[in-house]
Design a protein around this ligand. Structure first.
Ligand code: ADP
Length: 579
């Protein structure tokens, strides 16, 4: 129970206090009209029984109160709604931001093992569920439980037999819900899984549309999506078919209390042990208790479902961020000391050792899949090394704050992500507080100023999703401008010119030259001619350093580097021939 409350309130159970209190007050407000109706009936009945004239002043007074109470009830309900909505929206807004912020501190390995669609569902859908739970389900449940207890004691004062008759089936009703809660949880879990699968399939279908069309996979991929939706339908139906009858049985048990009370009341009435007004009072109060309790039973089933949402959110909030609090050094060399690493179970790097001296260019070369990108990701601490250590100017990066490390590194990779924003803001992400002048200066150095000013709105042209589309080379130059603006001492570069046309290649190369001056540079080289002038070349093969040295030295060694070099020289002379 404590865990559930902690989960839905993000560890702040006090947040539930206000919604529960206002819900309780609203519940009381709803009981008052029943008491007033009883008072009207009682006044009439007494006058009739005694053969006296009606006390009209009293009757009008009570009727006036009844009318006034409509306003009180309205005000209470409106206030309750406002209060609970505020708390719920506040909790989920703060929670969403906190979760998004927390996700940023987690190692990338965490994201590798999660479906992005599941995270999106969580940040939107699960928090919606939490909102409803906090603003509606829990406060209603609390008032639906507390009010009957109070009503029970009031009833006891008037007629213990009727009070007991009314509440006798209540334990049965709770037992049904409690005994079935395991089953409800299991069914809810399956439904949540099916919902996530559908979201994942849908995302895959939409994002992969280009490849689906070009490889004519429409039928196959659509089949997967159709199957996911069909499963979701089956699970939704299963919930309806199994959970709803359970709730209906519990509600029937609850309502049987009302019938039982009527039977006992009639018996007492006939025996002269009960007056008609009291009988009516029980009837009115009984209905006031049964109605919200029935609703609460339905909501209890919903709670089982939303509890899963809250649990999933908290499971992520409990994920440990990367350790390390030390400030990363402002510059210096990077040293790999017998580093081994695996993404999941299979090792990707084995015993990798090399030194990238400060202010020099170190190239990483090797066949595709040999671990070059992995080396750069480990430097940025996207993942944690399994064995060995990486030193940044003599400091083990494990002891440094990951944010601090990232602030010392600029990365230029082949796939550039542009935010849905203007070009100016996309460049300005490189440095917080960069002025328009800084942005333009960086853009000039990165050779993107000319193509930017040629766009209809210049630097204010929107790019990214739905905005203006830029070519691969242009995007890379934007990312170089970002990196220039950041002016970090370490540059991690995935040789970005590999897939560019000659014109773009020259511009990108110029931008890179401006970027790497006087920096510690690690470059992943796909084409060896671009790294001939590197100060040091590390050759990787199947995750091991097989050679390292200068271009001339490695050629002379006659190993893998020489082999790759020869292959690329031959490829350069290759041309398309007619068959
Ligand atoms: P390179 O950059 O030399 O092409 P990578 O460092 O990208 O090589 O990959 C090295 C190995 O690690 C490959 O076998 C690749 O399949 C695997 N790998 C890369 N990224 C991941 C990942 N996120 N999860 C699991 N395996 C990965």
């Amino acid at each position: 129970m404590k865990r559930f409350v902690d989960n839905i309130t993000g560890g702040n159970p006090r947040a539930l206090l206000a919604p529960c209190l206002v819900s309780l007050c609203t519940g009381f407000c709803q009981i008052v009209p029943s008491l007033l109706v009883f008072a009207v009936f009682d006044t009439m009945y007494l006058a009739y029984a005694r053969g006296e004239a009606m006390n009209m002043a009293k009757l009008w007074g009570i009727c006036g109160l009844l009318v006034a109470w409509i306003a009180v009830e309205y005000a209470a309900r409106a206030r309750a709604h406002e209060k609970t909505a505020m708390v719920a929206y506040d909790l989920s807004a703060v929670g969403r931001v906190a979760l998004a912020e927390h996700l940023r501190t987690l190692p990338l390995g965490f994201f590798g093992s999660r479906d992005p669609a599941a995270l999106t569902t969580m940040l939107l859908g699960d928090y919606n569920n939490v909102e409803t739970t906090v603003s509606f389900y829990v406060p209603q449940l609390v008032s639906a439980v507390i009010l009957p207890i109070i009503v029970f004691f009031i009833m006891l004062l008037f007629s213990p037999q009727m009070a007991l008759a009314m509440f006798l089936p209540l334990p049965v009703c709770f037992a049904i819900m409690w005994l079935s809660s395991g089953l409800q949880k299991k069914i809810s879990g399956r439904h949540v899984k099916a919902r996530e699968d559908s979201a994942g399939r849908l995302q895959e279908y939409l994002l992969g549309m280009r490849d689906i069309k070009s490889h004519n996979l429409g039928g196959e991929r659509f089949e997967a999506l159709r199957e996911a939706f069909a499963r979701l339908k089956r699970e939704s139906l299963r919930m309806e078919i199994i959970v709803v009858p359970i709730v209906l049985i519990a509600i029937a048990a609850l309502r049987s209390g009302l019938t039982l009370m009527l039977l006992v009341g009639t018996f007492l009435l006939v025996g002269g042990e009960l007056s008609l007004p009291i009988f009516l009072l029980f009837l009115l109060l009984g209905m006031r208790v049964v109605e919200p309790l029935s609703v609460a039973l339905v909501h209890y089933a919903e709670l089982r479902y939303t509890a899963l949402s809250a649990e999933r959110i908290m499971a992520i909030r409990r994920e440990r961020p990367l350790p390390g609090t030390g400030e990363a050094p402002r510059g210096g060399d990077i040293r790999f000391d017998r580093v081994s690493f695996a993404y999941q179970d299979t090792d990707v790097l084995h015993d990798v050792s090399f030194l990238a001296p400060a202010g020099s260019v170190t190239a990483l070369v090797g066949p595709s899949g040999s671990g070059k990108s992995t080396v750069t990701r480990l430097i940025a601490r996207f993942w944690e090394v399994r064995q060995g250590a990486i030193f940044f100017d003599g400091h083990d990066i494990k002891t440094c704050d990951p944010e601090s490390i990232l602030s010392r590194i600029s990365m230029v990779f082949q796939d550039v992500y542009l935010f849905k924003d203007t070009i100016r803001n996309n460049i300005a992400v490189g440095r917080q507080g960069a002025t328009d002048q800084d942005v333009e200066e960086a853009a000039r150095k990165a050779c993107c100023h000319d193509f930017i000013v040629a766009l209809p709105q210049g630097y204010d042209t929107p790019v990214g999703e739905g905005g203006c589309t830029l070519s691969g080379g242009e995007k890379q130059r934007i990312s170089i401008a970002r990196a220039l603006l950041k002016d970090a001492p370490v540059i991690l570069l995935d040789e970005a010119t590999a897939s560019l046309d000659p014109e773009n290649e020259i511009s990108v190369q110029q931008g890179i030259n401006a970027l790497v001056a006087n920096k510690t540079v690690l470059i992943i080289a796909h084409r060896l001619r671009t790294v001939r002038k590197a100060d040091w070349i590390v050759v990787l093969d199947s995750g091991r350093v097989v050679e390292q040295g200068t271009h001339d030295g490695l050629l002379a060694e006659g190993g893998l580097y020489r082999h790759l070099w020869t292959l690329q020289q031959q490829a350069a002379g290759w041309s398309m021939r007619a068959a």
